[in-house]
Write a protein of this length. Structure first.
Length: 441
């Protein structure tokens, strides 16, 4: 519990802290988790919290959810920082939690930025989570599969929080303008479209949006009657953004990403770099472009050059680690590579053809010969009977059927002769001819 001091009222509290929601009704976003009847809301409202990991980008409400849980739960709630705490502090808290358990009292331990803990620090939690001494709630911006020990992760439920959309961020901003804890007692005149620009600029981060609004109010024009005016000039001053920042919801956003994609597809590196620059200089999220280029590597280059996907994923990692403006050259390298690479959409076409068959025939039985026979009953039913282990045969090929009977002979993957896919095409022709010949024998 925080102690009050003589100076408490003189300490400045940021807008985001003053407006932090106190309950689920004030919480904005994450409807898939905390909407009426949704899983996390049910756990919070019934006070049946289990160990969990809250995974999502910055400013989407992970810590806020933890604080809401702290207010509602009857358990002891311990707030723990992965930045300032070590194994010694963890063990002290765990020992107190174990003592609480013996007296029938639960302890919830919230660890912000849990991905910053090393393996030894994470392992220190494990025995106490296993025997129920604590309920662990970890918050992370990093993929838990890579950053959380498997043993600990397997004992936690992962809830994925999404970046807020512009509509949600605008609701946060309007609440700040109207609330007495925000600017409800100030006379603000905000030019049309400014809140939308702040929401766009925040990239789904409510904390960033509130900070931007706060700076805008501090830098707005003050009239003699006390009115603070925030206009386009104010916004550009505080964000250092060019006036051609565009709205991600309008047609221009989709036109530019379409132009980039189609320029790469048309093997035009000059046009591709131009459209890339247009997007970046307009304030587009570089991670959005990185995701689209990574998709392009599989959708439009595919097996004509398998290295394209490797390069795209490496670029995406670099963009995430480095950010703007330095990552512009990583995106440029990837875009030029994609434009110059040989093209094939055979992988995409193969998937969508298979998907159509799955939708039309969703429950086709797996052929018995490629089922696992885990029990004697399964063996008696013919599971795995007739299975042919390819490595036991000279060509590492068998005529064994792997598609359902109704789809036997269907071809989904039809490779092109572009780049390295020409080799895949030759290999596939050989395999199909071999199987056809040996099925007749």
């Amino acid at each position: 519990m925080e102690q009050m001091s003589l100076f408490t009222n003189t300490i400045y509290e940021p807008l985001a802290a003053r407006l932090r929601p106190k309950n689920l009704d004030e919480y904005i976003g994450q409807e898939h988790l905390v909407g009426e009847g949704k899983p996390l809301r049910n756990l919070i409202e019934s006070d049946h919290i289990t160990s969990m990991i809250l995974w999502g980008p910055p400013g989407v409400g992970k810590t806020t959810l933890a604080r809401i849980i702290a207010k509602r739960t009857k358990a002891e709630f311990v707030n723990f920082s992965a930045v300032t705490s070590g194994i010694k502090e963890i063990r002290q808290v765990m020992e107190q939690a174990e003592e609480n358990r013996q007296y029938g009292k639960r302890t919830i331990v919230f660890v912000d930025e849990i991905h910053r803990f090393n393996k030894a620090q994470q392992d220190a939690f494990l025995p106490y989570v296993e025997k129920g001494s604590i309920i662990l709630i970890g918050a992370t911006t990093e993929n838990p599969s890579f950053e959380i020990n498997n043993a600990l992760l397997s004992r936690c439920r992962v809830f994925v929080l999404k970046a807020l959309d512009e509509h949600d961020v605008e609701k946060v901003l309007n609440r700040a303008i109207e609330s007495p804890d925000g600017f409800g007692n100030r006379k603000l005149k905000i030019e049309d479209g400014i809140l939308e620009k702040i929401a766009l600029f925040s990239n789904g981060d409510a904390r960033s949006a509130l900070s931007t609004l706060e700076i805008a109010v501090e830098n707005g024009r003050l009239s003699s009657d006390g009115t603070i005016t925030i206009d386009k000039d104010t916004f550009e001053l505080i964000t250092s953004k060019r006036s051609f920042l565009y709205d991600k919801k309008d047609e221009q956003h989709y036109n530019l990403i379409s132009a980039l994609h189609k320029s790469m597809r048309n093997s035009d590196p000059d046009a591709a770099v131009y459209w890339l620059a247009r997007m970046l200089e307009s304030g587009e999220d570089p991670m959005y472009i990185a995701r689209r280029v990574t998709r392009f590597a599989a959708e439009d280059v595919g097996l004509a050059d398998p290295n394209a996907l490797t390069l795209a994923v490496s670029m995406q990692t670099a963009v995430k680690l480095i950010g703007m403006p330095e990552c512009n050259v990583h995106l440029t390298e990837a875009v030029i590579y994609m434009a110059l690479a040989p093209k094939s959409n055979a992988c995409e076409t193969a998937y969508y053809k298979a998907r159509d068959d799955v939708h039309e025939k969703p429950d086709e039985p797996v052929p018995l010969q490629i089922r696992n026979a885990e029990t004697s009953l399964m063996k008696d039913l013919g599971y795995n009977k007739g299975y042919m282990y390819a490595h036991d045969y000279p060509d590492k090929l068998t005529p064994m059927q792997c598609l359902p009977d109704s789809l036997e002979g269907t071809h989904y993957y039809n490779p092109t002769t572009e780049g390295r896919e020409a080799g895949f095409s030759d290999r596939l022709d050989y395999i199909r001819d071999w199987k056809e010949k040996h099925r007749k024998e």
